[in-house]
Design a protein around this ligand. Sequence first.
Ligand SMILES: Cc1ncc(COP(=O)(O)O)c(C=O)c1O
Length: 397
Amino acid sequence: MDYKKYFPIFENKKNLVYLDSAASSLKPKCVIDKIDYYYNNICVNVNRGVYQLSYEATDLYEESRRVVAKFINAKENEIVFTRGASASLNLVANSYMDFINENDEIITTLQEHHSSFMPWLNVAKRKNAKIVYVPLTKDGKVTIENFKSVLTNKTKVVAINQVSNVLGYTNPIKEICKLAHEVGAIVSVDGAQSVPHMNVDVKDLDCDFLSFSGHKMCGPSGVGVLYGKYELLEKMPPVEFGGDMAQDVYEFEATYKDAPFKFETGTPLISEVIALKDAVEFLTNIGLDNVKKHELELKKYALEKLKDVKGITIYNNNLDSSLLTFNIDGVHPHDAASIFDKNNVCIRAGFHCAQPITRFLDQISTIRCSFYLYNDFHDVDMLVDSIIEARDFFMSF
Ligand SMILES: Cc1ncc(COP(=O)(O)O)c(C=O)c1O
């Protein structure tokens, strides 16, 4: 299936080989058109105007909440719109901080993106709580056995990604939630790299929170989602105050709206939220199983082609994720990236906002290639040719 045709950028940038979707995905026409539609036809604020156009904007905004909720099998009032996964992850930690006490333990992993565990580092410092890391296997995986080895009745929170943004492993979230709940802990899942690529059902996982970004799943940048179980959102305090989230405001007192609205102050990201619905519907129509299958075919093809290429270290040979993370031996990833760039191949070089796992790999930086539905075998050929060219140019192999 040729998915490139849905993405106008390929018409405008004929030679583009985009292999950096884990950083941000490209946008299909339906999403771009919806943003256009909003500004050309509606253009006004939500929740406040007492006129038809504002009702229309509010209806579209709330319709998006319904569609996003259905997408992850949540209830509508369990969806908070934020600025992105980072904002969602911070919101959980900053609000849930009220329920953390001295000597409580917060379990996380070395796999995390900085946005997943740094908010809890801050909580731990402020509350004199303790951060505890799940020991990883030698190839960087989280196992249930290793998780159990750090779970105690002091554990109050587990902050963990569903899919790592460096190695791409899928963590056993369902089992982790079950075990965490047995000791009374809550689980905040970073779904930034899972929700765009696989079916995620929050009821089935029984996670307490799930955070993800629109821009990594064909949606607009600037919008993110926080799912939270309603009974938790209900008791958690807001962390930002002001317009729209308040119920009654007096000189020295204020009451707040119910969740999710108490967490959404100020003018929201209107066109972004509205167009997120189109991204969700676009992915749903294609089917996330098909997206995943397509990505894995590409990764399999890439691994096959790289099998006999000398001078490359691949850190994740696994065939369950669409990320390919590697280094060209003796070549700095940024040097290699200059060759990729010359060939119009966009990849990511650096530590991917995940320094602990990069250090775990004994590296300061890696090259990450991430496949999505619009990539094809030609893109993989370009990637492999660029790897060989970079190796030969810098290493005179
Ligand atoms: C696993 C993971 N978590 C969180 C984030 C943060 O997402 P955002 O930059 O959209 O807030 C990213 C982005 O790269 C990510 O890959």
